[in-house]
Write a protein that binds this ligand. Structure first.
Ligand code: BTX
Length: 337
């Protein structure tokens, strides 16, 4: 009921009367009043004017299920838009990827469930690296999917997620009047002014020919004000790059819509043929000089873009080389991008 009340108040221009809320939801005045008080306790500033009703004047920067889902629900039909069907929120957890995996295995949790937290005590990056995830500053979330695709194609979901995060950030920045352009650093870092503002970790449980579930974990630095010396040369936040404090839930809602759109295209062909043009237009070093660094060799050339499988094509003096994700890092010739 909280989500529904929030949804109606959020989407109305002016005041909504208590009676209208009671009628819409089929509940008593006291029930509505209780929810309004809960919302106030969560930080929503709600004006209550006699004979007019309720009106929200300020929204807190929180990531609760009702805050997110109320932005993704149609008032008239009650149906939700986007990939996220349900949100599970934690004040703190070790890692939302771990929460999603535990829920998938223990409770058979459903496709489209999003696990999100205010802070992670054991945030994970790729290949055992860590992900710094302090409270109040970022979006630490994991999307559980049960896609009907071949396991060998699942790694491309990371590319789909990168496109959706890039578009979501872009949409929210634009709504707030910023023309800062965030881009993708192949395969799936999101960068703003050449600094990493988001990383993605995709994990999967599968048999040879069947996927049990995929967990796409995303860490977005939104309002982080400082980074540790060890990462500050490459890491940044949307706040540090734009000077604007963005509401994190807006980015999550925009992500949900963008992901659904790109995912739809991807699952039809189970490759990136329909998305690569868009992806390549988001690529930070498209046409630029890059260096692919392996354990024992380096390949230097111009980044052309991805192919249908999401591999990076680099044009070198010896012709085109295909770079697969894995034990390789691709950087600009003189730094991270
Ligand atoms: P990655 O391996 O590309 O990046 C990890 C590296 O990035 C670290 O070794 C460090 O140098 C740097 N780093 C650490 N924290 C940050 C940060 N907050 N911002 C920028 N750079 C940083 C990327 O791995 C995958 C990250 C996924 C994080 C999400 S959060 C929700 C979900 N739960 C979870 O445990 N992981 C995912």
């Amino acid at each position: 009921m909280k989500t529904k009340i929030l949804n109606v108040l959020r989407k109305s221009d002016g005041y909504v009367s208590g009676q209208a809320l009671c009628n819409m939801l089929g509940v008593s005045r006291t029930a509505v009043w209780k929810v309004i008080n809960q919302l106030k306790e969560e930080g929503y500033v709600i004006e209550a004017v006699q004979n007019k009703g309720y009106h929200i004047t300020q929204y807190p920067d929180i990531l609760t299920s009702s805050e997110i889902m109320s932005q993704l629900t149609c008032v008239d039909t009650g149906s939700t838009t986007g990939i996220i069907r349900e949100v599970v929120y934690y004040d703190e957890t070790d890692s939302t990827n771990n929460e999603a995996k535990r829920a998938a295995e223990r409770d058979n949790a459903a496709d489209g469930t999003l696990y999100i937290t205010e802070s992670q005590t054991g945030g994970r990056g790729r290949r055992g690296r860590n992900w710094v995830s302090p409270a109040g500053s970022g979006i630490w979330m994991s999307l559980l999917l049960r896609p009907d695709i071949a396991p060998v194609n699942a790694s491309m979901l990371t590319i789909v997620a990168a496109m959706a995060v890039q578009e979501a950030i872009h949409t929210v920045l634009k709504e707030d009047g910023h023309d800062a352009e965030c881009r993708i650093k192949w395969p799936n870092d999101i960068v703003l002014n050449k600094k990493k503002v988001c990383g993605i970790l995709t994990e999967m449980s599968a048999e040879m020919d069947y996927i049990h579930y995929v967990v796409i974990g995303m860490g977005i630095n939104v309002n982080t004000t400082e980074f540790d010396d060890s990462i500050k040369a490459t890491a940044s936040s949307l706040y540090l790059e734009t000077g604007d404090h963005l509401k994190r839930s807006r980015i999550v809602a925009a992500f949900s819509e963008s992901f659904a759109k790109y995912y739809d295209t991807f699952v039809k062909t189970q490759n990136l043929a329909g998305l690569k043009e868009d992806y390549n237009s988001m690529l930070v070093n498209k046409g630029g000089d890059v260096k692919a660094i392996y354990a024992d060799k380096e390949i230097v050339g111009k980044a052309i873009g991805i192919n249908d499988e999401g591999e990076l094509i680099i044009k070198t003096d010896e012709g085109e080389k295909i770079i697969r994700t894995g034990e390789v890092s691709v950087r600009g010739l003189y730094g991270y991008v």
